[in-house]
Design a protein around this ligand. Structure first.
Ligand SMILES: [Zn+2]
Length: 258
C-alpha cells in the first residue's frame, strides 16, 4: 500500500471503523437490518489493485491519500512556475501529477468507488498540467524529462554531508554515506528545497520499506502552497534511478581500489 501514499499510511493500518458509516450525509438509522447486512458484506468485499487487496475502508483511505498527494503536486507545480523553474523541471512535476491522477482513476474504478476529484480541485488552481487534455504529458515525455534531470546529475558534484537537511544550495545533490556503505542521496530544487531522496538500503527499517532487493527506494518530497513539507511518500526506484545508484557504486569501488 505504501506506494500509493505516505509511509505511515495504510501500512500501519489497524482501524476497524466502518467506511460506509462515515459517508457524509448518511445516517445508518435509515437502513433496515437487511440493508445493513448487505452494507456490511459490501464493506468486507475485497478488491485487488496491483497485487494488493483492499476492503472498502482501506480503499477510501488510499483515495484520500492520493487526493492529498495530488493537491501537493499541484501546489508544487504552481510554485515551480512562479519560481521560473526550467521547463524540464515543470514538465517532470506535471508528469508526476498526471501519473497520480491516472492511478487514482484506475484505482477508483477497480475498487468500484466513486472518484471524488473535487477534493483535489478545491485548491482553486484550475488546469495546472498540460493543455486541453490530461493526456498532454505522455509517458515518453515524462521519461525524457526524468532522464534529462538525471543526465544533468551525472556531471554534477555530489556534496558529502554528515546529516541530511531539508534545505541546501539550489540544484545541488548531497549524500550521506554510512560506514556500512548505506547511501542516502538528496536532490534539491532551484530554490534549494529537497525534492527527492534515494537510498540503497531500508534505513534499518525493513517493515516500512518493502522495496527493491535490499530495501532500496526513493522518497518524493511534497510541499503545500506555503512550502511546508507535508509528505515524503515512498516508492520503488525507477530504472534510471537504479542505474544511477549502480553507476555510483561502481565509481566508489574504483576509487577505493586505487
Ligand atoms: Zn526511506
Amino acid at each position: 500500500m505504501c506506494e500509493l501514499g505516505e509511509e505511515r499510511g495504510l501500512c500501519g493500518w489497524n482501524c476497524k471503523h466502518s467506511y460506509y458509516a462515515f459517508v457524509d450525509g448518511f445516517s445508518t438509522r435509515t437502513y433496515t437490518d437487511e440493508q445493513l447486512e448487505e452494507l456490511e458484506a459490501k464493506e468486507q468485499e475485497q478488491h485487488e489493485y496491483k497485487g494488493k487487496s483492499y476492503n472498502a475502508y482501506q480503499a477510501s483511505q488510499a483515495q484520500r491519500q492520493m487526493e492529498t498527494t495530488m493537491r501537493a503536486q499541484r501546489a508544487n507545480i504552481k510554485n515551480l512556475k512562479q519560481g521560473n523553474a526550467d521547463s524540464d523541471t515543470i514538465v517532470a512535476a506535471q508528469a508526476r501529477y498526471l501519473n497520480t491522477l491516472n492511478q487514482y482513476k484506475d484505482f477508483s474504478k477497480k475498487m468500484k468507488l466513486p472518484e471524488q476529484i473535487e477534493r483535489v480541485y478545491m485548491d482553486g488552481l484550475g488546469r495546472i498540467a498540460g493543455g486541453k487534455s490530461t493526456k498532454a504529458v505522455t509517458k515518453k515525455q515524462e521519461e525524457k524529462a526524468i532522464n534529462h534531470t538525471l543526465k544533468n546529475a551525472v556531471g554534477k558534484d555530489i556534496i558529502q554531508v554528515e546529516k541530511t537537511t531539508l534545505n541546501s544550495s539550489p540544484n545541488s545533490i548531497t549524500q550521506k554515506t554510512s560506514k556500512k556503505g548505506g547511501v542516502e542521496r538528496n536532490y534539491y530544487d532551484n530554490q534549494g528545497k529537497q525534492i527527492k531522496q534515494i537510498s540503497n538500503n531500508n534505513h534499518g527499517n525493513a517493515k516500512m520499506h518493502p522495496y527493491g532487493k535490499k530495501g532500496e527506494h526513493a522518497h518524493d518530497y511534497i510541499y503545500d502552497a506555503d512550502n511546508k513539507l507535508i509528505g515524503r511518500p515512498t516508492r520503488e526506484l525507477t530504472k534510471e534511478e537504479r542505474r544511477m545508484l549502480i553507476y555510483y557504486d561502481v565509481i566508489r569501488a574504483k576509487k577505493k581500489n586505487k
